[in-house]
Write a protein that binds this ligand. Structure first.
Ligand code: SAM
Ligand code: SF4
Ligand code: SF4
Length: 411
């Protein structure tokens, strides 16, 4: 039976007992594995009283800026190819409204749904962020780089660049990244490497993002070998998000055997080549956005969607509305890149007013009380509450894992 706390004093008293148990359990866990399991199962009870604040003056540490949503390519899986976006690039006036946030930010990611090198103010924006002391990273299709830009990105000491590489052969790559050629991107990676050598700089660190689909998964290990060949450091693999009909057969959740084998080979190739490799979950998380399979379409796909809708998520939590923002080119603010309604716009309100407005309070309230909004159900950013708590108790040595530490270390 789940015991409720009668008061805050009761909570503190019982938390003290639990933390002492955890302390002794740390000493004796090798002797009593069953006790370890019981302790882990009981952890969510304390979470009931851990309340994240609804308003905060701590500005986000993780900032995504869509410097533009224009692009020179038309990739088959990109949302730009499926929806009619109003196109535009962020101007310096909107960008400078974000300047006060950069000093506290740990990382400013300077891309959104478009090609960042397309914005003519891009280098000036990077300079502004770096001058405020934050780290900068961005994803790019890397087709627009030239020598002058490469030099400047190194001078500015951009921390990392993630190149999108969804194939290891021209045939696969060019069929996905319509308008680009593999040799053009490889040439630009080499250009950046040469300039880094000339300037004796380790920055920008370079890695790859690979969007896993049925049509390219057989080349994943070969992409890892290309990464090694061209002196890059990591690969982040993401499942394709289906934005429309033409992608309906591409999700690997429909081919679990193929997915498992490819991920296993990728782990092996990464280990052999010394490449950091992050693979996505093998269990279905959100993989469809603003598109639904009709009755006449793949039964398997409809079943997957139905099963996901029944996954219960109230034991899960997400910290994005406390630590992240996603800013669209026109100044619209979102709590993350998975949320579909904007929380306000920088042209009509100050950032701090938006950050603590009714929409934000509502979202934070829903998440901290476990009533996840529809938009959040099955989101890949959700974490198991008890694993979050366990992690922080372990990191803080059990007894010192007090409420504020667990909560505040998240943002
Ligand atoms: C939208 S792009 C913007 C940056 C840049 N234009 C690029 O392609 O790298 C950001 C990342 O999203 C990935 N992406 C595009 N469409 C996707 C989809 N349907 N599902 C998952 N990731 C996707 C791209 O491969 C890229 O690595
Ligand atoms: S290059 Fe990036 S923004 Fe452009 S279409 Fe491809 S994925 Fe989308
Ligand atoms: S759960 Fe997902 S959609 Fe909801 S706030 Fe977190 S990241 Fe955004």
């Amino acid at each position: 039976m789940v015991k409720r706390f009668t008061s805050y004093a009761d909570f503190k008293y019982r938390l003290g007992i639990r933390l002492r148990h955890i302390y002794y359990h740390n000493l004796y866990s090798h002797l009593y594995p069953a006790y370890t399991m019981r302790m882990i199962k009981q952890l969510p009870r304390e979470w009931e009283l851990i309340r994240l604040p609804l308003t905060t003056r701590r500005t986000p540490t993780n900032i995504f800026i869509e410097t533009t949503n224009r692009c020179n390519l038309k990739c088959i899986m990109c949302s730009r190819s499926h929806f009619d976006h109003v196109l535009g690039s962020m101007d310096m006036t909107t960008f400078l409204k974000l300047k006060p946030l950069f000093a506290r930010a740990k990382m400013v990611h300077m891309h959104g749904c478009g090609e960042p090198l397309f914005n003519k103010h891009f280098l000036e924006m990077v300079r502004t962020v770096k001058n405020e002391g934050s780290q900068v990273n961005f994803n790019s299709n890397f087709t627009l780089l030239n020598q002058e830009m490469a030099r400047e990105l190194i001078d500015l000491q951009v921390d990392s660049i993630t190149v999108s590489l969804d194939g290891a052969t021209e045939e696969t790559y060019a069929a996905i990244r319509r308008g680009a050629h593999l040799d053009q991107v490889i040439h630009n990676i080499q250009l950046m490497n040469e300039e880094k050598k000339k300037q004796r700089s380790t920055k920008p660190h370079m890695g790859v993002e690979f969007v896993a689909m049925k049509r390219n998964i057989h080349e994943l290990s070969a992409v890892i070998r290309l990464i090694k060949q061209y002196d890059m450091e990591w690969i982040d693999v993401f499942h394709v998000i289906i934005f429309g009909e033409s992608l309906k057969d591409e999700t690997l959740f429909l081919y679990p055997g193929i997915m498992r084998r490819a991920f296993e080979e990728a782990r092996q190739a990464a280990a052999e080549n010394g490449i950091r490799c992050t693979l996505p979950s093998e269990n279905p998380t959100t993989f469809i956005h603003e598109w639904e399979p009709g009755n006449d379409q793949s039964e398997q796909l409809s079943n997957l969607v139905r099963d996901m809708e029944h996954t219960f998520s109230s034991d899960k939590v997400c910290f994005e509305p406390w630590r992240t923002i996603y800013v669209q080119w026109n100044g619209d603010i979102f709590p993350c890149c998975y949320w579909s309604r904007n929380m306000g716009n920088l042209s009509s309100s100050s950032f701090l007013d938006i950050w603590n407005n009714a929409e934000y309070k509502d979202l934070r309230q829903c998440i901290s009380t476990g009533n996840l909004p529809d938009n959040c159900q099955n989101c890949p950013m959700l974490q198991e509450k008890r694993l979050v708590q366990l992690k922080y108790e372990k990191q803080n040595g059990g007894l010192r894992a007090v409420r504020d530490k667990i909560v505040c270390s998240q943002y």
